[in-house]
Design a protein around this ligand. Structure first.
Ligand SMILES: O=C1O[C@H]([C@@H](O)CO)C(O)=C1O
Length: 550
């Protein structure tokens, strides 16, 4: 029977040392990562959220949860709601209809990168069974970590000249990593004005422990909330069988290591069948960008060995960072599990091709989709559409196709982009194809990975390709049989990915690069459908911008 699960959370700044270097993070109830939500499919989650930050608004996005019938609780600042002001309490209330591995995180500015996240796990309804068996369950969230504050990082992204966030100082597994304190001159930390100490014996930065009993099989849930990095996960000496991706059962495939992009979740099965007299590393390395960050380590602890028994083996290595064929092949392994296929509609009603480029606007570096870089509005887009506040966003819808001809093999001939806040609106129930076309950045011979995340829907991943998508021939190779359903998919350098979804969730839904800096630099846009079917919006999501006059 469906239950109501109530949580009372207070968001606060807090001193934490996730990688042994102390800094200010955004914690929930004093915890980092935030409290884990565990529910059953069909349950209603009620989170009473008090904003204890003295000078800053907050929202929480429930990543992978569709919010069907409650689009105002999607938790995106100035899209679904006004930010929750300091001192205010806001209540999120929504149903988790499907089992799976999900998470939640701040979706305002770069707050996710300040540690404002946690996991959300939905179990099957009573009487339902998974198509795979295991003896125990473990769960981790992966992240990359900077010593500079998010405010410092944000300022740099909008500065002239541009100051990029750079590669992370550490990689964290379930909020724990390790910076080499001997690199820190006393009283200061490299790349930081506000960190004052590095203490390698701080309990907050001891490796996260994954306890296992020899011979048993475990389900390990893995999510990535990384700000920038594509991560590769390894369980030293153990193969893993992928069984779930973004909340769906997938064809079980055995891998030695797993690429996880920011915004994705997986479940893997592994058996503790190695030499039981020792412990093993669980490790993450950066892929997709030239790594400048040490391996992030947790401990696979074969009981009853003490967790203080660290492996004497070196940190596990991942495939070389720029072996993108490896990444592409692994992406292609993810297909729907036999018996669990949900075939996509055979044809789209509308096709969008999104050329994603790095651009310049008024001397600042931005990212753009079909030459428009998205700027956040001061009125929530949901309220603007629902109540016809036409002055709240650009009246001209953004373009369905890039201007032709374009090249992806070098920096854009004319790097200048336009700023926009237009909305792509869909006929309710229509089928939409989106082809995300990657390109060269402003730097010659450079193209980057972008994990794209869609709110309010899952999409079928129809296919991947290298080079420029050909609308005449490439759709012939789409997978219409066992395409996986996902909410996040990575487009690889100089490549494309094609997705399909049904616009059947009344509301307003961001589609954006899940790299925190890139979304902040305009790499996103807004989809909307069926908003006219919605009842009055809750007063609690209104009050900012033009919505204060409602
Ligand atoms: O957004 C980014 O900017 C830099 C670089 O492209 C320009 O300095 C980088 O690596 C990003 O991912």
């Amino acid at each position: 029977k469906a239950r109501i699960r109530r949580y009372k959370w207070k968001v606060d700044y807090s001193y934490f040392s996730p990688d042994c270097v102390e800094k200010v993070i955004i914690a929930i109830n004093g915890q980092y990562p935030g409290p884990r939500i565990r529910a059953q499919a069909g349950d209603t989650i009620v989170v009473e959220l008090e904003n204890g930050l003295p000078t800053e608004g907050v929202v929480i996005h429930w990543h992978g949860i569709h919010q069907f019938g409650t689009p105002w609780y999607d938790g995106t600042a100035f899209v679904s709601q006004c930010p929750i002001n300091p001192g205010e309490t806001f209540t999120y209330k929504f149903v988790v209809p499907r089992p799976g591995t999900y998470f939640y995180h701040g979706h305002f500015g770069m707050q996710r990168a300040a540690g404002f996240y946690g996991s959300l796990i939905v179990d099957l309804e009573h009487g339902e069974k998974e198509p795979f068996a295991y003896d125990g369950e473990l769960s981790i969230i992966l992240n990359d970590w900077w010593h500079r504050s998010i405010y410092d990082q944000e300022t740099g992204l909008f500065a002239i000249p541009f100051r990029f966030v750079g590669e992370p100082q550490s990689l964290l597994i379930e909020g724990r990593g390790r910076y080499n304190c001997s690199l820190v001159p006393s009283g200061s930390v490299a790349g930081s004005g506000d960190c004052v100490s590095c203490n390698s014996s701080n309990p907050q930065c001891q490796p996260y422990i994954l306890p296992v009993e020899p011979g048993k099989t475990y389900r390990l849930r893995i999510a990535s909330v990384a700000s920038l990095s594509s991560l590769n996960f390894i369980l030293e000496g153990h193969n893993m069988t992928i069984v779930e991706a973004d909340g769906y059962n997938v064809d079980p495939v055995v891998v030695e290591n797993l690429d996880v992009y920011s915004g994705e979740t997986y479940s893997v099965l592994f058996t503790a069948n190695q030499n039981a007299s020792r412990n093993y590393w669980a490790a993450i390395n950066v892929r997709g960008r030239k790594p400048a960050t040490p391996t992030g380590l947790a401990l696979l602890n074969y009981l009853p060995n003490p967790s203080s028994l660290l492996p004497s083996t070196p940190s596990p290595m991942s495939p070389v960072w720029n072996d993108f064929d490896y990444s592409l092949n692994q992406n292609k392994l993810i297909i729907a599990r036999k018996g669990y296929e949900v075939p996509p509609p055979p044809k789209p009603d509308r096709q969008l091709i999104f050329l994603t480029t790095q651009n310049k606007v008024n001397g600042r570096i931005k990212w753009a989709i079909n030459n428009i870089t998205y700027v956040i509005t001061s009125t929530p887009v949901l309220a603007a559409l629902k109540y016809g506040l036409k002055k709240a966003y650009d009246p001209i819808p953004p373009p369905d196709y890039p201007a032709l001809p374009f090249s992806i093999s070098g920096p854009p001939a004319n790097p200048n982009a336009t700023v926009g806040s237009g909305v792509y609106t869909f006929q309710f129930g229509s089928v939409v194809d989106v082809i995300i076309q990657n390109a060269n950045t402003l730097t010659p011979n450079n193209s980057e990975v972008h994990p794209w995340h869609l709110h309010g829907h899952d999409f079928w991943v129809l296919g991947y390709g290298k080079g420029i998508f050909d609308p005449a021939t490439d759709p012939q190779s789409y997978n219409l049989k066992n395409a996986p359903l996902k909410n996040t998919v990575a487009v690889l350098p100089y490549g494309w990915v094609a997705i399909r979804f049904r616009a059947d969730n009344p509301g307003v839904w961001p589609f954006h690069c899940h790299i925190e800096a890139h979304f902040h630099m305009g790499m996103g846009l807004i989809f909307a459908e069926g908003w006219d079917r919605l009842p009055e919006l809750p007063k609690s999501v209104l009050g900012c911008g033009l919505s204060k006059y409602l």
